[in-house]
Design a protein around this ligand. Sequence first.
Ligand SMILES: *[C@@H]1O[C@H](CO)[C@@H](O)[C@H](O)[C@H]1NC(C)=O
Ligand SMILES: *[C@@H]1O[C@H](CO)[C@@H](O)[C@H](O)[C@H]1NC(C)=O
Ligand SMILES: *[C@@H]1O[C@H](CO)[C@@H](O)[C@H](O)[C@H]1NC(C)=O
Ligand SMILES: *[C@@H]1O[C@H](CO)[C@@H](O)[C@H](O)[C@H]1NC(C)=O
Ligand SMILES: *[C@@H]1O[C@H](CO)[C@@H](O)[C@H](O)[C@H]1NC(C)=O
Ligand SMILES: *[C@@H]1O[C@H](CO)[C@@H](O)[C@H](O)[C@H]1NC(C)=O
Ligand SMILES: *[C@@H]1O[C@H](CO)[C@@H](O)[C@H](O)[C@H]1NC(C)=O
Ligand SMILES: *[C@@H]1O[C@H](CO)[C@@H](O)[C@H](O)[C@H]1NC(C)=O
Length: 583
Amino acid sequence: MWVTDVAATMALLLSSSRAHALPSLAPTGPFFQELGNNTWVIGNEIWNMTQGRQYGVKLYYKDHDCVGDAVGHYVSYNGAQSDLNWTSASIHNGGTYQGATYLDVKFASREGDMHWVIFSGLAGAYQYFVNRDLPTLGEFRTLWRLDNTTFTHGKTDLRDEALPPLSEYLPENKVQDETWLRTDGSGGYITKYDLSSWVRTQSYYGVYSDRFGSWYINAGKDYYNGNHLKQELMIHRESKTGDAVQLNMIHGTHFQVSAVDEFPEGKMWGPWLWYLNDGSREDAAQRAQDECAAWPYAWFEDEAYHQRGSVGGQLMLPDGRPATHAAVFLGDNSQSKTALDMGSDYYYTGYADAEGRFEFRDVRAAAYGLQAWSNGSELADVTTEFLQQDVVVVAGETTELGTMTWRVSNKTKIFQVGDFDRTSYGFAYGGAPYEHGLVEKCPADLKFTVGTSKTEDWCFGQSKQGSWVISFSLNKLGAPIPKRAQKEEATLIVSLAGYSTGVSSHIWANDVVIGNLTSGAAPGLLNDPSLYRSGTTAGEWRYFEFPFDAGTVLRKGVNEIRFEVTSNTTWRGFMWDSVVLEW
Ligand SMILES: *[C@@H]1O[C@H](CO)[C@@H](O)[C@H](O)[C@H]1NC(C)=O
Ligand SMILES: *[C@@H]1O[C@H](CO)[C@@H](O)[C@H](O)[C@H]1NC(C)=O
Ligand SMILES: *[C@@H]1O[C@H](CO)[C@@H](O)[C@H](O)[C@H]1NC(C)=O
Ligand SMILES: *[C@@H]1O[C@H](CO)[C@@H](O)[C@H](O)[C@H]1NC(C)=O
Ligand SMILES: *[C@@H]1O[C@H](CO)[C@@H](O)[C@H](O)[C@H]1NC(C)=O
Ligand SMILES: *[C@@H]1O[C@H](CO)[C@@H](O)[C@H](O)[C@H]1NC(C)=O
Ligand SMILES: *[C@@H]1O[C@H](CO)[C@@H](O)[C@H](O)[C@H]1NC(C)=O
Ligand SMILES: *[C@@H]1O[C@H](CO)[C@@H](O)[C@H](O)[C@H]1NC(C)=O
């Protein structure tokens, strides 16, 4: 099967019969070879891989099989049950770009097509997936399960270390999903969730040793689900087999309540670069920089991919302040999901500058909903979010939205504990490196006195039975209860960075229960696994308002807001963002 539109220098496209006819010369460019029986070999003069119906094995690089007895390469959704089956493969495209020849090899499954774009001279390949008929799903990934003697270490933006040896994963020490008590008596844990990282800012990650490195460099981020606070698993030791795992979670749910999406036909994830080297992290970092500079890829032949435009504007608060460093997000043009839970199409994250100006470049042409919220710092007091629907991005054009006003609360603030930014930053342990069970270090009872306590005196998570009290004096704050407020409502705003079910609380204002946070019967809250899966910064953000009658409940002098945990489950509970009382 010869493909004629591909440069002759690279054309080593062998049918099974021709393969037998030729001596086994090493190919000089990208190639695609069909062996029959749903088996193909792809690669170039530097590496090659044998792709079977489900798994890509025999990854030869530097004359060494990097997969060995491990499972190899595959694409799957919703856990391990649904590994895609490749029913046919073909050359999708090919040509030369800046002197380098390439082949785009397409493996087709019922659900969609996995592409490998193989350039001459490149160790690795660009990969992308195009949806045909994926089911409505939460988890969708491509991954390598590699030989664990060839790849002994793992690196993310946050961690760089040896993968824990399989011998440490003792069945009798398993404490929850993919989490084991260490055998060294330290009381610490081994869990794959400790190796998670932020998706939107991630530069490169992978597994390596002193001779081999296998990396993912996802230069574009728009095909991922979620917002700035999207975090995912990246690397780990497979706990059943010991394989070194390099995980490309292109749609994931590991730290969220729900991220179940339907995908339009043609939704494309990628291209990202899967990159092989000698294990050098410096080289991988440099390559990641180059890839980011080159995104969106000029060589990529896909019309819709190149239909991109820009959109910008400025966000101001009604009091004349600019929305300094606000988090800005281009998402679905409907408000049926939270920004973190959106994931059907393409999503763009950014921050406003000091003047509240923002710009998104290289945005796929479409209509979006623009959202903004406080990222702390100068906006730490802003509890509202900004939303503008029908923001239309046109290919080759810049949409200028001008100056927009972000409505804020007009009530008088009595106190605020913690910055409003959808994260636990600022509190004790808030934003610590991923660590299983860290919330155990937060106390059962805690007292915070407005005016004298510091933000870090509040802990990032509340999990144990007991009471966390915010004590505040209305006189000291120079805010005596105004007569007109006596019949007015006060509002307690509770912003949680995350919440794992199994812990319930009553919220008291002095002697009155003004609300509850519970995962019990309806309208109970839903679970996000962040707190018990090593999350320390954020999970699924939740916003609550508990109104009450200030005139009858509050008094001159010392008052208290109390969060009383009435039932608890180990490692679960509330991850705090901010608590605000206003009237
Ligand atoms: C075809 O592949 C299947 C499974 O991958 C294998 O069991 C079978 O032996 C193969 N047949 C031939 C003729 O190679
Ligand atoms: C794949 O690489 C191995 C090891 O370098 C080599 O022996 C083999 O010929 C290559 N296969 C193809 C089809 O090029
Ligand atoms: C792929 O085929 C296997 C049977 O060999 C099956 O168990 C699996 O469910 C199939 N995958 C999908 C996504 O249907
Ligand atoms: C590597 O995997 C093998 C199983 O293939 C396992 O026996 C071994 O313990 C693993 N090595 C490490 C360091 O975990
Ligand atoms: C957003 O907030 C995080 C956490 O406080 C901070 O590290 C980051 O610099 C902020 N981004 C901007 C653009 O201010
Ligand atoms: C706050 O007051 C201004 C001016 O009266 C008004 O335009 C704005 O809608 C109010 N904001 C809210 C959130 O009610
Ligand atoms: C519940 O909290 C109490 C402390 O108030 C603690 O002693 C107990 O161990 C916790 N129970 C669980 C299941 O974590
Ligand atoms: C919690 O508050 C909700 C809303 O006010 C109420 O419907 C529910 O009964 C309360 N649950 C408990 C256990 O107090």
